[in-house]
Write a protein that binds this ligand. Structure first.
Ligand code: NAP
Length: 246
């Protein structure tokens, strides 16, 4: 298979991240699959990649822990020489009334969904800057653009990811690095089904102008585009993959 370099995908054991990892592997990247708990699932993703002629490896770490992230980035560079694409996808969600959100809920949401992106970007960037080459793709959310009732902490950090993306894009553009965000709408994964009942999920599909929930492949295709040569002159953008929701 055509070797395009190395892509690190956080939260690649399930859902959107697993699909992104498979799509990038299919287009020729050697993929470092990050996960935090789902060991069996991440092994299945790697097996699938290898069976389809791709290459990759697995690294377990919690993206909110800076030392662990530094170890992952070191491991990725040691294994595949350099990192060409970083996809910050790992994330958690929680449905709660704003007045019920505890300090721990807030801190965890910020630590994983926003500090996790900061940690991975800051750890991977020095080498990208030295090489004057690199792509960073951050997975935000339609709620980071639009805001969601009962998900104020989630919406706030996903908006933060957009701010980080736009500012960092400007800072590292002179080094030839692009930084973009993808803002998925309602995508059918564990995140949706674990948090919402069936009735709410079908009303979200009805509220989506294209009349359906998104698939993990819908998001993976957008990420593959942003990682490809076709997106050479695109940076600091937020690409909505939401069926017209926003
Ligand atoms: P998911 O099915 O719940 O999968 C989450 C992934 O993130 C898993 O691989 C999980 O790993 C990993 N993860 C969670 N916490 C982690 C941590 N601290 N360190 C490393 N990995 C961690 O979620 P998803 O729906 O695919 O969501 C992926 C991304 O898309 C998230 O950033 C989410 O906010 C965003 N998004 C999703 C939707 C949607 O409708 N599904 C919409 C907009 C945006 P383990 O399995 O090992 O725990």
């Amino acid at each position: 298979m055509n070797n395009k370099g190395c892509a690190v995908v956080t939260g690649a054991s399930r859902g959107i991240g697993a699909s992104i990892a498979k799509a990038l592997a299919k287009s020729g990247y050697r993929v470092v699959l990050n996960y935090s708990h789902s060991e069996k699932a991440v092994n299945e993703v790697l097996k699938n990649i290898i069976e389809n002629g791709g290459d990759g490896c697995i690294f377990k770490c919690d993206v909110s822990k800076r030392d662990d992230v530094d170890r992952m980035i070191f491991y990725a560079k040691k294994t595949f020489g350099k990192i060409d694409v970083l996809v910050n996808n790992a994330g958690i969600s929680q449905q709660k009334l704003f007045t019920d959100i505890t300090q721990d809920d807030w801190d965890r949401m910020v630590a994983v969904n926003l500090s996790g992106v900061f940690n991975c970007c800051q750890s991977a960037l020095p080498d990208m800057i030295r090489r004057k080459n690199g792509r960073i793709i951050n997975i935000s959310s339609v709620w980071g653009v639009y805001g969601a009732s009962c998900e104020v902490h989630y919406s706030a950090v996903k908006a933060g990811v957009i701010g980080l993306t736009k500012a960092l894009a400007k800072e590292v553009a002179p080094s030839g690095i692009t930084v973009n965000a993808v803002a998925p709408g309602c995508i059918l994964t564990d995140m949706l089904t674990n948090e919402l009942d069936e009735e709410t999920i079908s009303s979200l599909a009805e509220e989506t102008p294209l009349g359906r929930l998104g698939t993990v492949e819908d998001v993976a295709k957008a990420v593959s585009f942003l990682a490809s040569d076709n997106a050479d002159f695109i940076t600091g953008q937020v690409l909505g993959v939401d069926g017209g929701f926003c």
